[in-house]
Design a protein around this ligand. Structure first.
Ligand SMILES: NC(=O)c1ccc[n+]([C@@H]2O[C@H](COP(=O)([O-])OP(=O)(O)OC[C@H]3O[C@@H](n4cnc5c(N)ncnc54)[C@H](O)[C@@H]3O)[C@@H](O)[C@H]2O)c1
Ligand SMILES: O=C(O)[C@H](O)[C@H](O)COP(=O)(O)O
Length: 382
C-alpha cells in the first residue's frame, strides 16, 4: 500500500526540498525564524535549519510525526521533548563538515600568505574532534602536520587517539580552532568554554578561529582581551548573539563571516538528502536516489596549474573568506535590528560555493599533486 502524502512544513532556506520531498509530501515553506505552532496544526513533518527553536510548545498538540534539521548542530532542538511526545527526530551529522574544514583551510592559508608563515611552522590545536574537527585533523595530518587535539568526551570513551587538556592546548598552540557543539549541561559543557580565565592561557600572537557555535566563546571576555592587548588574530564565523554581531568585537576580527562556514551547496543539499533518508527510514517511504542525482554539476570542474602556482589560486577560486568578510562588514554600521536582518539576508542569498572535491587540478609535479590532494582537491597528473 502506498503511504498517503505527508503534510510537510519547512524552512524556506532548505535547498532541494521539491526535488527530495515532492513525491511524498505537500510542502509549505516559511521563514525559519517565524515558524509558529499555528503553522504546524496540520503538519506531519517539520524540516528546519539552525534558526528555528524547536520546543515542546511548538510541536505539542499537532499531528507531527517527524522533525528533521538539515544541520549538524542540534542546540536549537529540544530532543527530550520530541522523544516524550513520540515524535521522530533526525539531524544531518557531518553533512557540511567538509565545507567547514575547507573554510578553515582557506582562512589559515590566506593568513599564512598575509603574515608570511608556513602552516608547517605552527602548532595547530583543535578543540572538539568530531566530524569537523576530526576531518580537519585528517587533512592536516595528510599535509604532514601533527595537530593537538582536545576532546574530553572522546578522551573518556576511547583509547588509541592522543588527546591533551584544554589548558595544554591553549598554552601550546599557535593556531586554535574551535569545533565543539554548544552544550550547557553534562560533564563537559561548552557554553563559555573560552572565558576570561581560559582566554588568558592563549599566547600572544596566536590565531583563534571559531566555526562551532558563538556562545562557546564569551565574547565580552574576548573583546576585553582585544581592547587590552589586541594580541590575537581572530577568525569568527559564529557570534554569541546571532543574528546580532557585536560590531566592537568585529572591529578586532581579521576574518568575520556570517555563520557560513558550512555553506557549500554540496553540504546544504547533502543535509536535505540525509533528512529524506531519515524520514524514509522512520515513516516507511522509499529512499531518495543517490546524492549525486541532486547535486548540480560544478561550473569549474578542471583547472591546469603550473608547477610554481600558488596554492591560494585554486583555494581562493573555490572559497575566498574575504568575500564573506566584506559582505558582513558592510552591515555592521546599521542599527542593531537592521544589522540582524542583513545577517539573515546574507545567509539566505548566499552565492553558490562548491567543495574542493568538485575541482580536478591538472598538475605535472607529483609533490604538488600530493599536497593538493591532501587539501581535498581531486588531482590528475599530466
Ligand atoms: N559554522 C558553521 O557553519 C558550522 C557548520 C557545521 C557545524 N557547526 C557547529 O560545529 C559543531 C561541531 O560539528 P561536528 O560535526 O564536528 O560535531 P560532532 O558532534 O561530530 O563533534 C563534536 C565534538 O566535540 C566534542 N566535544 C563536546 N564537548 C566538548 C568539550 N567540552 N571540549 C572539547 N570537545 C568537546 C565531542 O565529543 C565531539 O567529538 C556542531 O555542533 C555545530 O554546532 C558549525
Ligand atoms: O550546524 C550546522 O550544520 C551549521 O551551523 C549550519 O551551516 C547552520 O546553517 P543554518 O541552519 O543556520 O542555515
Amino acid at each position: 500500500m502506498t503511504p498517503r502524502k505527508l503534510r510537510i512544513v519547512a524552512d524556506e532556506n532548505i535547498p532541494a526540498l521539491e526535488a527530495l520531498f515532492a513525491d511524498i509530501g505537500e510542502i509549505k515553506t516559511y521563514p525559519g525564524r517565524h515558524i509558529t505552532h499555528s503553522d504546524l496544526v496540520k503538519a506531519d513533518v517539520l524540516l528546519v535549519r539552525s534558526i528555528t527553536q524547536v520546543t515542546a510548545e511548538l510541536v505539542a498538540n499537532t499531528p507531527m510525526q517527524f522533525v528533521g534539521t538539515a544541520t549538524i548542530g542540534t542546540d536549537h532542538i529540544d530532543e527530550a521533548a520530541l522523544k516524550a511526545l513520540g515524535i521522530g527526530f533526525s539531524s544531518a551529522p557531518g553533512c557540511n563538515a567538509d565545507a567547514v574544514v575547507e573554510y578553515v583551510l582557506s582562512c589559515l592559508l590566506h593568513l599564512a600568505a598575509e603574515q608570511s608563515f608556513s602552516l608547517h611552522e605552527k602548532t595547530i590545536g583543535i578543540i572538539g574532534v568530531g566530524q569537523v574537527g576530526g576531518r580537519l585533523a585528517s587533512r592536516l595530518r595528510a599535509l604532514g602536520l601533527s595537530p593537538l587535539l582536545s576532546d574530553p568526551p572522546r578522551q573518556k570513551r576511547e583509547e588509541g587517539e592522543t588527546f591533551v587538556s584544554l589548558d595544554e592546548l591553549l598554552a601550546s598552540s599557535d593556531i586554535i580552532c574551535c569545533h565543539t557543539p554548544l552544550t550547557q549541561t553534562g560533564d563537559d559543557p561548552t557554553w563559555h568554554l573560552l572565558n576570561e580565565q581560559t582566554l588568558q592561557r592563549i599566547r600572544a600572537g596566536s590565531i583563534l578561529l571559531n566555526a562551532g557555535r558563538g556562545p562557546v566563546i564569551d565574547q565580552q571576555a574576548l573583546l576585553a582581551r582585544m581592547k587590552g592587548a589586541n594580541d590575537l588574530t581572530l577568525v569568527l564565523d559564529v557570534w554569541e548573539h546571532e543574528p546580532v554581531v557585536l560590531a566592537d568585537l568585529a572591529a578586532y576580527v581579521r576574518i568575520a563571516t556570517p555563520h557560513i562556514a558550512g555553506y557549500s551547496l554540496d553540504g546544504k543539499i547533502r543535509g536535505t538528502w540525509m533528512l529524506r533518508n531519515a524520514l524514509a527510514n522512520a515513516l516507511g517511504f522509499s529512499p531518495p536516489l543517490p546524492l549525486e542525482h541532486y547535486l548540480p554539476v560544478a561550473d569549474a570542474r578542471e583547472l591546469k596549474l603550473e608547477a610554481q602556482a600558488d596554492v591560494l589560486l585554486p583555494v581562493r577560486l573555490l572559497y575566498d573568506p574575504y568575500r564573506d568578510d566584506r559582505a558582513l562588514r558592510q552591515t555592521l554600521l546599521l542599527e542593531t535590528a537592521e544589522q540582524a536582518i542583513a545577517f539573515d539576508q546574507l545567509r539566505k542569498l548566499y552565492p553558490v560555493r562548491r567543495e574542493f572535491s568538485t575541482l580536478t587540478l591538472v598538475v605535472s609535479s607529483p609533490v604538488q599533486a600530493t599536497y593538493l590532494e591532501s587539501l581535498g582537491f581531486r588531482v590528475a597528473l599530466e
